[in-house]
Structures are given as C-alpha cells and as structure tokens.
Design a protein around this ligand. Structure first.
Ligand code: C2E
Ligand code: MG
Ligand code: MG
Ligand code: MG
Length: 282
C-alpha cells in the first residue's frame, strides 16, 4: 500500500523491506546518529546540455547508507529530518560535502562543472544560511557561479522574511536559484514574481509521456515560453527516452536530466563519466 511514486524508482530494492523500514525503523530512527556516524552520502546525477550533448553539471542527491538496510532514498527520511529539525545540521553537511567534492572536480580540470544542491525551505529560515554558503565557497575556493541551489515551490505569502533574504543574499554571492519540480506541488506562479529565481526545473510528471500526452506537451511548451519571456533558465527532469529529447529541443528546452543520461551515482563514478566523451544523441 505504499503509494509513493518514488517507491517504484528503486526496483532493485526489495519492496517488503521498504515497507518494514519505512513503517517501523524510520519512525524510531536517531537521524543525528546517522550524521555523526557518517552514514549519509551524496550521489550525483548528470545534467546535460542538449546543444553540445555534454554534461554541464551534477545534482547532488542524498542517500542514507544504513548499516542494516543499505542505501535508503531521501523520500524515506527527508520529511523526518524536517519534522525533527535535524535538516539544518544535515543540510550544512550536504552543502559542505557538495562543495568539497566540487573542489575535487576543479582540481581535475573540470572547473566549469556546476553542482546543484537541494535546499529545503526550512534551511532557508535560518537567517545565517547564506553565510554558511559564503564561508564554504571561500573554504573550498569555489566560484559562486558554479553553485546552483534548488528549492521547491511554496505559498509565497507563508514564507518567512529570512527565506527571501537568504535567497537574495545567495544570489548576490553569484550562485543561482532554481525552482524544482516546477508545475507540481503548489504551483503558485507568483513565486516567479516574488522569489529571485534564475531558473525552473520542469517536473518529470510533464516529461514522462510528453510524446503522447497532448496536454502535457502544451503545458510544457508554454512553460518554456514563459521562462524564455522571463529570461530564466529551464531544465527538464526525468528524461528516460531519446524521443523525449527531440520534443524538448523542438520546443526550446536545452537542458535536461534523467536516467537516459545517467542515474544518480557515487562521486567517484562522476570522474570516469567526465573523462568520457559526449553523449551521442543524433
Ligand atoms: P528532486 O530534487 O526533484 O530530484 C530528482 C529525483 O528524481 C531524484 O530522486 C532522482 O533520482 C529522480 N530521477 C531523476 N531522473 C529520473 C528519471 O529519469 N526517472 C525516474 N524515475 N526518476 C528520476 P531522489 O534522489 O530519490 O530524490 C528525491 C527528492 O528528495 C529530490 O527530488 C529532492 O526533493 C529530495 N532530496 C534529495 N536530496 C536532497 C538533499 O540533499 N536535500 C534536500 N533538502 N532534499 C533532497
Ligand atoms: Mg532537485
Ligand atoms: Mg525535481
Ligand atoms: Mg522531485
């Protein structure tokens, strides 16, 4: 009875096991122990430029390498982290780890590669959050222009002042702000007017069967048009088939992410992928 879409994403993992973990263990977990025991790990998923067929960045996606259950996906524990407030501590670790690994790309001559980090709204409520980013960029000698922050849509009038202030400060540093899962969740278009966003990520929902579903095609097309008019960037999420790419290019979307290009992978694997040549899409 697990109806989460994300359950289906991890076919390699025994489904009953999931339920057991989700229903019992995760309820009682001591998530801060996971942090001090260094059980969190960042996976990276390629982001591809459809003009050049090359990787321009990676999105950092957290996993919990649980001693008993193995690699756990974020839908099992992110909400818990937010509920119990641990997201702030874990979020700091995520940001630091992403910057540390970005520095390794830099040292390996991949200076242009962008790292995208998911940040929850709760993290942005801490008025000092932008200072953390500032310090980390300095500590690891990273250009702010190679950092993207991904946030999800919220009801703008419910946002604390500190959230908007943090976003403005982060932008001032030179990093970019993306609205994740665009068009699903709340879909308050006023976010586009109120928040200092540089780009949107069109949710997988629209991309899934864009070839067959006329409505999704139209909504995606108009969303891209909207972004173009606003002068902001667009990334399509969840590309699994080549045909989807043809449609996206036709309607002017030239950045994409999805299993077609690569699943989220451990950091070490990103290096060998970067060593290799571009994707052949023609
Ligand atoms: P998201 O930021 O929208 O990340 C995209 C999710 O879609 C990832 O799931 C990714 O593995 C999955 N995905 C990408 N391409 C495909 C595809 O072609 N097909 C399918 N079926 N799935 C695809 P993941 O890693 O399970 O993350 C789920 C969500 O958890 C993320 O959605 C994000 O909202 C949250 N999350 C992940 N890492 C972090 C983090 O470090 N901090 C915070 N605050 N949230 C995170
Ligand atoms: Mg994201
Ligand atoms: Mg997304
Ligand atoms: Mg998502």
């Amino acid at each position: 009875y697990c109806q989460k879409d994300s359950c289906k994403k991890y076919e390699f993992f025994n489904f009953d096991m999931y339920l057991k973990v989700a229903m019992k263990e995760i309820e009682e977990m001591d998530i801060l122990n996971a942090l001090t025991d260094k059980e969190f790990i960042l996976y990276y998923q390629p982001q591809v430029n459809l003009y050049t067929n090359r990787i321009y960045g990676f999105e950092a996606l957290i996993r919990w390498d649980h001693p008993l259950y193995g690699l756990l996906p974020p839908f099992l524990f992110i909400d818990k982290l937010i509920e119990n407030g641990a997201i702030n501590e874990v979020g700091k670790w995520i940001m630091e780890e992403a910057c540390r690994q970005k520095k390794i790309w830099n040292q390996l001559r991949y200076k242009d590669i962008i790292v995208s980090v998911n940040v929850s709204i709760e993290q942005l409520e801490d008025e000092n959050f932008h200072l953390l980013i500032k310090d980390l960029l300095k500590k690891f000698n990273i250009k702010a222009s190679s950092l993207n922050i991904e946030i999800t849509e919220h009801e703008p009038y419910k946002l604390q002042k500190s959230v908007i202030n943090n976003l403005k400060e982060i932008k001032k540093l030179g990093a970019r702000i993306y609205l994740d899962d665009f068009g699903t969740s709340y879909c308050y278009l006023n976010n586009l007017c109120v928040l200092p966003v540089d780009g949107i990520k069109i949710d997988k929902f629209f991309i899934d069967d864009i070839e067959k579903n006329k409505k999704k095609y139209i909504v995606t097309k108009q969303t891209i048009e909207l972004a173009n008019q606003l002068g902001i960037d667009v990334v399509a999420e969840g590309i699994e088939r080549k045909e989807q790419i043809d449609y996206l290019k036709e309607i002017g979307c030239y950045k994409a992410q999805g299993y077609f290009f690569g699943k989220p992978m451990p950091f070490d694997e990103t290096i060998s992928i970067l060593e290799n040549t571009s994707f052949e899409l023609n």
